[in-house]
Design a protein around this ligand. Structure first.
Ligand code: SF4
Length: 447
């Protein structure tokens, strides 16, 4: 090692939930004396948090290891995350890996590292892995600081839903919830460090359940933390959103009017084959209920194209459904067969060329919907939480319904909330004029 303080670089290949876990591992390593360095910079330790959802998991992982060893040939490489759980055997063959840690032991990864002075490459990787994963409610060892004014707060893990295309229940195990005390402990710490918005994350957060507390009760507790200004729910399964949650959201001054409800397909036959738990009409009714209570709602969704059996009519049904609903954006995913899932055994796989074409059509539609949503905001005055960093003289931030807004950088500070009148739209951004300060930044340094 070149410095007295060992350097650690952490990199996430997965979703938001994985990002929050990486941040928490970074916090633990920093408290144990590591100096955190950006991924891509010279380091003594690489922690790679992998994903198994895409078919490129192994390739991405190989690339990140190779890239690191090129500039830091002696770096100790530890790999964890979903692919370390589902692809441990394949990872053992990837050159340069020293430690593989499956889901069960992920948050204890720092405990399995050699003492900093003894960090060196191993002849072959040590494996910390179990096929079964705990079902117990859990606490987490640290605080997931981020470099944004928003922080991700993990409240739940695992999923029991078994959608036929999804590997997550195998990679992360069954549903379990983080204890409310520990969620509140981290929320207070994040607020004390100046984070203004907490984004609740998990695999299936609508299933949060801890000693009689559901998601709505947990939200009430979080909203009572004095310095927490805003709370946002990340992706939530449509069948786990009760009327009580919508009513609570509509009446809350802290919970953002924003829902990301994965639809996946607008065709009932495909939804059934995906083992999704709703029909299109039920999904639409949920959206109607939400909009009746919150006309300003920001509504996002995930769509999957090319699921086996998705014929022209099924795809047309998806297009019609998403055209009908007032989405402010959608994420489009191309189906790829994941070995071990029920869908991998289905016939009628769709050709990659058709998948590409459908994906392109939906992505274009998403841009059109986003533009329509942004246009509706023109003339409105909305509170905007501003981010760090500026570009071309502008600072950007987000409204509660997740409209991205840019204003002249010298008019606002990072971490502040201002009322902004939206005056126009350009290149996927709303532009506006600050008219009043709602709250100044806390001036506690963000990490
Ligand atoms: S709800 Fe379905 S898609 Fe989401 S994590 Fe669970 S099994 Fe996967």
């Amino acid at each position: 090692m070149s410095t007295s303080m060992p350097r650690a670089s952490l990199h996430t290949l997965g979703c938001r939930l994985s990002q929050s876990e990486t941040s928490m591992l970074a916090d633990t390593l920093a408290r144990r004396g590591y100096q955190l360095v950006e991924f891509g910079k010279e380091t003594d330790l690489l922690v790679l948090n992998t994903c198994s959802v895409t078919e490129n998991a192994e390739k991405d992982c190989r690339y990140a290891v190779r890239k690191t060893l090129r500039h830091s040939p002696h770096a100790f490489v530890a790999v964890t995350g979903c692919y370390a759980q589902t692809g441990a055997t394949q990872l053992q063959k990837v050159p340069g890996i020293d430690l593989i840690v499956g889901t069960q032991f992920k948050m204890n990864l720092p405990d399995y590292l050699p003492a900093p002075a003894k960090l060196r490459k191993q002849p072959e990787p040590e494996l910390r892995h179990s096929r079964t994963i705990d079902r117990e409610d859990f606490v987490l060892p640290g605080t997931a600081y981020s470099d944004s004014t928003r922080a991700l707060l993990k409240i739940q893990d695992g999923c029991d839903f078994m959608c036929s295309f999804c590997l997550i229940p195998f990679a992360r195990g069954r549903e379990r919830s983080r204890t409310a005390e520990d969620v509140l402990r981290e929320a207070r710490e994040l607020a004390a460090h100046g984070y203004r918005e907490l984004v609740l994350t998990g695999v299936n957060i609508g299933r949060y359940s801890y000693q009689g507390l559901g998601l709505v009760e947990l939200l009430r507790e979080l909203e009572s933390v004095p310095d927490v200004t805003r709370i946002r729910i990340s992706s939530i399964e449509p069948t786990t959103v009760p009327a009580a949650l919508l009513e609570h959201m509509a009446g809350s001054t802290k919970l953002c009017h924003y829902l990301h409800l994965p639809l996946q397909s607008g065709d009932n036959t495909i939804l059934q084959a995906m083992n999704r738990r709703y029909a299109v009409r039920e999904y639409e009714e949920l959206v109607e209920q939400a909009l009746a209570l919150m006309p300003d709602l920001g509504l996002g969704t995930d769509l999957m194209v090319g699921f086996p059996g998705e014929d022209e009519q099924a795809f047309a049904n998806t297009v019609m459904t998403v055209e009908r609903l007032p989405f402010s954006y959608f994420h489009v995913f191309s189906y790829s067969s994941r070995p071990g899932t029920a869908a991998a055994r289905l016939e009628d796989q769709i050709s990659p060329a058709v998948i590409r074409q459908r994906s392109k059509a939906l992505s274009e539609l998403s841009r059109t919907k986003a533009l329509a949503f942004y246009q509706q905001q023109i003339g409105h005055t909305l509170p905007v939480l501003f981010e760090q960093g500026e570009r071309d003289g502008f600072r950007t931030g987000t409204t509660a319904n997740f409209t991205r807004v840019a204003v002249a950088a010298d008019a606002v500070e990072a971490g502040s909330i201002h009322q902004v009148t939206i005056t126009g739209i350009m290149d996927g951004l709303a532009y506006g004029r600050p008219v009043a300060t709602v709250s100044a930044p806390s001036h506690r340094p963000l990490l």
